[in-house]
Design a protein around this ligand. Structure first.
Ligand SMILES: [Zn+2]
Ligand SMILES: [Zn+2]
Length: 207
């Protein structure tokens, strides 16, 4: 004869009474009010989970429709934002590439520009080229159109004369289609996050 295992005492999740269940399926103490409260709570949890699932479906659907409406120019802007954010964290702590003055990295999107050596206007095919973009001050980048004479000197120090030469002579047009721009955005969003974590860890260690 197989001996039935004697159930171990449990604590009722509703009233906290310690009780000995009659079977392993019993979730609450022997008070029927606790059974009712327990079922009600479980039903509410199921309903809430379903509600969250529906809300997420609606959000995903909305996002998908919004993404479909985006033009190439929208994707282009978003890709550039991602690349520029990557440059911010890559160059975090470095002085302005042109004038060499210290940059205030405390203000994101404020005092530090992603300064293109060959400008986006005149060399749009290099607008995502990482050798072509460096952290610069607002005054050099915007007021002095990059302040290119010292920019060039410091760029050679930073990446070497060969690479600067390559950038200066690269006039091969590129076609950036929407899937390409989407990839640029995704890749650099990820890489920016990676550098951001790295820099913050370095700051903590230095502090
Ligand atoms: Zn109970
Ligand atoms: Zn500057």
């Amino acid at each position: 004869m197989v001996k039935a295992k004697k159930p171990k005492p449990k604590t009722c999740p509703i009233c906290s009474t310690v009780y000995t269940p009659r079977s392993s399926l019993q979730n609450v103490c022997h008070n029927y009010k606790c059974a009712i409260a327990f079922n009600k709570k479980r039903d509410e949890e199921i309903a809430a989970r379903e509600q969250r699932r529906q809300a997420k479906l609606r959000r995903d659907d909305l996002r998908q429709r919004r993404e479909k409406l985006k033009t190439k120019s929208d994707w282009n802007k978003e890709a550039q934002v991602a690349v520029n954010r990557y440059i911010f964290w890559r160059d975090y702590g470095l002085p302005c590439i042109a004038c060499g003055r210290p940059l205030n990295y405390g203000v994101r999107g404020g005092a530090v520009d992603a300064s293109h050596y060959r400008s986006r206007g005149s060399a749009s095919h290099l607008r995502f080229n990482l050798f072509n973009i460096h952290a610069g001050c607002v005054s050099c980048n915007r007021d002095l159109s990059g302040n290119l004479i010292p920019y060039r000197i410091n760029l050679i120090k930073k990446i070497g004369a060969d690479r600067v030469d390559l950038i200066e002579h690269d006039n091969t047009p590129r076609k950036f289609d929407i899937p390409y721009l989407q990839r640029v955005k995704a890749i650099f969003t990820r890489r920016a996050r990676h550098y951001e974590k790295l820099r913050k860890r370095q700051m903590e260690q230095a502090a």
